[in-house]
Write a protein that binds this ligand. Structure first.
Ligand SMILES: Cc1cc2nc3c(=O)[nH]c(=O)nc-3n(C[C@H](O)[C@H](O)[C@H](O)COP(=O)(O)OP(=O)(O)OC[C@H]3O[C@@H](n4cnc5c(N)ncnc54)[C@H](O)[C@@H]3O)c2cc1C
Length: 296
């Protein structure tokens, strides 16, 4: 298998995934594959279909809860797809570009519109998939089109209007198996000083309200409604500080679960279940997970 996989990009074997997920779950994978060309992704998909080798697509791992056992398959990472091309207000961005990097890069090109994303440690691919959002602005706001490989291995470009998207979800989340390659955004003309001021304000707000000093994957549950944040429901039940192993409901922000050091994926799952069930028992609200389990 190794010889075949090497044809599809840069291949790593027996890889520790602790730094590939922001929860810092100590897990590993047999292979991590970093394709450098679109053709390699397409060829890998054909190979995986034929040989039934299991694989998972991972962005920056900032919205996932990985399994604890070694993944005996291939983690696909598009971190070689880092193109950023400017044509006036239109910007073409590779799926592997970090959205918080792009937020600052466009400012240098006199554009604005991503200040909200300056504290989000995810890739463009992962952010389109989950329609990442903050301060009521989402990744789809200034999106024009997305180019992706379909499950069948075809390369397709769809306009935003053709792609469903809503609060923390998108066509891609609802139709798993499509791999986002790149996206085109159309950003408003900006004012550098003003944008940097907004970024400073947003980051200060995050530092004061979120437990950024610990590993986490951001908000655990979606908010049932804008008027009913999950964090408040959890806080009102006195669940801050609740622990399973080294996974703990943050005392700073009740919708964050943090890793105190050696939390396993199983600890985090058990704690999520505990919080979910308690909210359901008391409020009869079925909280929906914003993060995703990657089961292997
Ligand atoms: C401290 C902190 C703060 C956060 N704040 C916010 C916030 O304010 N708002 C918010 O919305 N989120 C927030 N998040 C969550 C997270 O950063 C975002 O959801 C981010 O967009 C996920 O991107 P990722 O690359 O890490 O995706 P990953 O976690 O790697 O993957 C998430 C899903 O996307 C899929 N995916 C990844 N790349 C692609 C691709 N190229 N094509 C198709 N599917 C793909 C993966 O297969 C997986 O199913 C926060 C996280 C942290 C740790």
């Amino acid at each position: 298998m190794k010889e075949n996989l090497q044809k599809f990009g840069i291949l790593e074997e027996n890889v520790n995934l602790e730094t590939s997920n922001t929860y810092r779950i100590k897990t590993s994978a047999r292979y991590v594959l970093h394709p450098t060309k679109i053709e390699q992704i397409a060829a890998f998909l054909t190979y995986a279909k034929e040989t039934k080798v299991p694989f998972f697509l991972l962005g920056n791992g900032s919205n996932v809860i990985l399994s604890d056992s070694m993944f005996d398959g291939v983690i696909l990472k598009l971190d070689q797809f880092k193109k950023i091309e400017y044509q006036n207000q239109e910007v073409t961005v590779g799926a592997g570009v970090m959205i918080n990097f792009l937020a600052r890069d466009i400012i240098e090109h006199n554009l604005s519109g991503l200040e909200w994303a300056s504290g989000i440690p995810g890739t463009i691919g992962g952010s389109i998939y989950g329609n990442a959002e903050a301060y009521k602005i989402s990744t789809f706001e200034y999106l024009k089109s997305v180019t992706y490989i379909t499950k069948e291995g075809n390369i397709k470009t769809s306009l935003k209007e053709e792609l469903t998207h809503a609060y923390r979800t998108s066509f891609f989340k609802e139709n798993p198996g499509n791999i986002i390659l790149e996206a085109v955004f159309f950003f408003p003309i900006g004012n550098k000083e003003k944008s940097l001021e907004i970024i400073k304000d947003r980051l200060e707000r995050r530092i004061s309200s979120q437990p950024l000093e610990y590993p986490s994957a951001g908000s655990v549950f979606r908010n049932p409604s804008p008027e009913m944040p999950s964090g408040k429901l959890i806080d009102d039940l006195g669940l801050k500080g609740t622990r399973v192993g080294d996974a703990m409901v943050s005392v700073k922000h009740a919708n964050f679960i943090i890793n105190l050091g050696n939390a396993t994926g199983k600890d985090i799952r058990s704690l999520i279940q505990l919080v979910h069930d308690e909210v359901e028992r008391v409020y009869h609200i079925d909280l929906i997970l914003e993060q995703e389990y990657k089961d292997w």
